[in-house]
Design a protein around this ligand. Structure first.
Ligand SMILES: NC(=O)c1ccc[n+]([C@@H]2O[C@H](COP(=O)([O-])OP(=O)(O)OC[C@H]3O[C@@H](n4cnc5c(N)ncnc54)[C@H](O)[C@@H]3O)[C@@H](O)[C@H]2O)c1
Length: 317
């Protein structure tokens, strides 16, 4: 099976590539995955990509990605501008990458007769909801980022209806684990706490810290990605990928401090615009396929910490 991953140098894409290559070790030669990757390296790092991958440094908005889709069976489209705050600051670039770029990927897949595109939506589509846990039907996007992801949803449906392109839409909640970016100006909350605590600096808490997030560990998400390849019941459906449990930002701060044995007073800053108060996934649909998130928050957080510790040792960040 030939798999193409966009955004392969990023957190989820690189972890998926590593997982597919690990699966190859357990598989007969003729059934192994060939992995092709595209990334413009705007956020992701070249070194995150395993050497077995055929990598192309390209932008998903370019037409010269089309030829790479020839002979591909399944595409994972993960490239995106994806920090809610960055997207609020630049709606035009957000639409350009997340809408035009996504349509260009669907078009490339259509032209090459790819069987299916698995693509990233987001729990941000539920920003305005007060239904918890939130099922897939409860769409209430508000921020620039979530509106861009909503557009992907409609285009996926149009490509299915008019061009018979199969899709699976994945609404990731807060995915965490090794390789998650800790360098960007406002990193995802867990990485932000871990890097600051390890450096003996004060982590920043935006708003009251009472916002609650559903965190799901990357290996569990990858279990579902494998399901998307093998199980036709994932075709033309949308799935929440969360753990079904949420924690407040303050609880995560306390847990990270406890696990690292550090006591450092956090700095308070005003709330970031566009961020929902609560996320909590209703994962009934994914569970119907036999999928279960297996990693508890402590185990996952420890693994995320080990990654950042090893990065600090190698890079002296
Ligand atoms: N990580 C999460 O918790 C989470 C939650 C909800 C949704 N998502 C979605 O999942 C996908 C993957 O997220 P991630 O956490 O791995 O993000 P990431 O930022 O780590 O990876 C995204 C990758 O896309 C690349 N990229 C950006 N613009 C590009 C372009 N125009 N052309 C080619 N490559 C480009 C970046 O260089 C980066 O390597 C994204 O679509 C994101 O919106 C992630």
């Amino acid at each position: 099976m030939r798999i193409l991953i966009t955004g392969i140098a990023g957190f989820i894409g690189s972890n998926l590539a590593v997982r597919l290559i690990k699966e190859n070790l357990k598989t007969e030669a003729e059934n192994r995955f060939e992995v092709v990757g595209i990334d413009n390296l705007s956020y992701g790092l070249r070194e995150n990509i395993p050497e077995e991958v055929e990598f192309h440094q390209l932008d998903v908005r370019e037409k010269n990605i089309y030829e790479l889709f020839e002979g591909v069976d399944v595409v994972f489209h993960l490239a995106a501008k994806n920090c809610i705050n960055d997207c609020q600051l630049d709606p035009v670039e957000t639409a350009d990458i997340n809408v035009t770029g996504t349509v260009n990927v669907f078009e490339a897949a259509k032209r090459a007769k790819v069987r299916k595109v698995v693509y990233a939506e987001s729990s941000a589509l539920y920003e305005g909801t007060d239904v918890f846990p939130t099922p897939e039907a409860e769409i209430k996007p508000e921020s620039v980022y979530s509106i861009s992801k909503l557009s992907s949803m409609y285009f996926a449906k149009a490509y299915h209806t008019f061009y018979d392109l199969q899709f699976t839409a994945l609404r990731y909640f807060c995915v965490y684990g090794p390789v998650q970016d800790y360098r960007r100006t406002i990193p995802p909350v867990m990485s932000a706490f871990i890097i600051k605590l390890l450096k003996n600096e004060s982590p920043v808490i935006y708003g009251t810290g009472k916002k609650r997030r559903d965190f799901v560990y990357i290996d569990d998400v990858n279990d579902f990605h494998i399901n998307c390849l093998n199980n036709r019941r994932t075709d033309n459906k949308t799935f929440n990928l969360g753990s079904g449990i949420n924690y407040s930002v303050l609880e995560i701060f306390e847990l990270a401090s406890e696990l690292l044995g550090k006591r450092i007073e956090p700095i308070s800053k005003p709330d970031l615009p566009g961020e929902a108060e609560v996320t909590l996934a209703d994962i009934t649909e994914a569970k119907k396929l036999g999928w279960r998130p297996k990693t508890d928050i402590k185990t996952g957080l420890i693994k995320a910490m080990e990654y950042i510790k090893s990065e600090m040792a190698v890079r002296r960040v």
